[in-house]
Write a protein that binds this ligand. Sequence first.
Ligand code: GRF
Length: 203
Amino acid sequence: MPHRIGVLLSGRGSNFEALADQIADGRIPGAEIAIVISNREDAPGLARATARGIATKAIPSKGLPREAYDMQVVAELRGANVDLVCLAGFMRLLSPYFVAAFPRRILNIHPSLLPSFPGLEAQRQALEYGVQFSGCTVHLVDETLDAGPILVQAVVPVRDDDTDESLSARILAEEHRIYADAVRLVLSGRYRIEGRRVIKLHN
Ligand code: GRF
């Protein structure tokens, strides 16, 4: 049985497409994207998924309490037999209910070297702080924003002439690479977790 991935997104969906490309090229063995779900009907990522023939579902969150919303999303993921959830620019905090529904099977990507610069506009935060290196992080999701054990990180330099856009683009290229690395790692099962540490197993 292939591993069925559910992708959650709110925006353009370039990380989703990077995962879909790697799967199509056979670089994430045993994986398929079962469904792409968005809280925004107009998310470009949904149209990108449809164009690839991948099932999509818009579940608007307006006016719903967090857990009631999450129950709808979890039901949709279960209906699609999803066993791994990838957040890819999904602009919502998950409830404890959601996290417990997929224990250690929810991944998120964030455009900074966590725990630096969690939250919105991480690239701008890094520029304004004046760090000389930033990067991106794929981590397991818990109920806390941009927390949870770190699976993979990548470092990028910050240049003197960087703008928010140029730094974001440099980080994004690494995001597309390491998200697939993290999915491969989790699907392989070749790691164990000690406290916050993800220890990779080499046979
Ligand atoms: C990425 O920078 C990701 O790290 C952050 O949101 C952005 C989503 O971009 N969580 P995209 O929709 O995958 O292009």
